[in-house]
Design a protein around this ligand. Structure first.
Ligand code: IMP
Ligand code: MG
Length: 183
């Protein structure tokens, strides 16, 4: 693993511990995930990728461009951490487009699963809307996660450390790093 040595203005004085996944590694893995998702649905499936904002926005943008079949994109805004680095366990749904999910093949796209509380609280709400299928694609999956249902697709197993970059933030900083690093 590469030691984070970027003296970049981009970091705004924050120090990274190390880079876990480079741009190239992320690109390769997202490519694999995109192909796996495309292969999982038939021609009659009405595929919807539903990203959890804000963290999933970079992953979502890359992932949908690697899925070679028709699909729609939408987002939900959920918030669980505020400015803290430890999950409050309370998930707030800040924006809900009242999407019609009935009969659709829904893939929830999440940046990182930590405790699992976010996904565990969101999934029953979505399942109530009658999708044909409901699955999770998480870019990162932390070891302590306790999900009621296993994710169908995971990009990388994550360490317990707090991670930033590629959409993941620390108090809104560092989402724009093109790699994934630990603080
Ligand atoms: P959970 O509800 O504990 O699974 O936490 C999930 C949410 O917390 C994710 O969608 C992230 O937005 C945020 N989160 C969890 N771990 C990290 C991290 O290491 N860095 C940045 N955000 C994180
Ligand atoms: Mg998130």
């Amino acid at each position: 693993m590469k030691v984070a040595s970027e003296p970049s203005a981009r970091l705004g004085g924050r120090k990274l511990r190390r880079i876990l996944h480079t741009e190239e590694q992320i690109r390769d893995r997202v490519d694999e995930l995109g192909r796996a998702i495309a292969a999982a649905y038939g021609p009659d499936d009405d595929l919807l990728l539903l990203g959890l904002l804000k963290g999933s926005f970079v992953f979502m943008a890359d992932l949908v461009r690697r899925i070679d079949r028709p699909l729609h994109v939408d987002f939900l805004v959920v918030s669980s951490y505020g400015a803290a680095q430890v999950s409050s366990g309370q998930v707030r749904l800040l924006y809900d487009p009242r999407l019609d999910l009935a009969g659709r093949s829904v893939v929830v796209v999440e940046d990182i699963v930590d405790s699992g509380a976010t996904v565990n609280q969101i999934f029953p709400m979505l399942a109530d809307r009658g999708p044909k299928s409901l699955d999770l694609c998480a870019l990162l999956y932390k070891p302590g996660a306790a999900l009621d249902r296993a994710p169908r697709w995971v990009g990388f197993e994550a360490p317990g450390d707090f991670l930033v970059g590629y959409g993941l933030d620390c108090a809104e900083d560092l989402r724009h790093l093109p790699y994934i690093a630990s603080l």
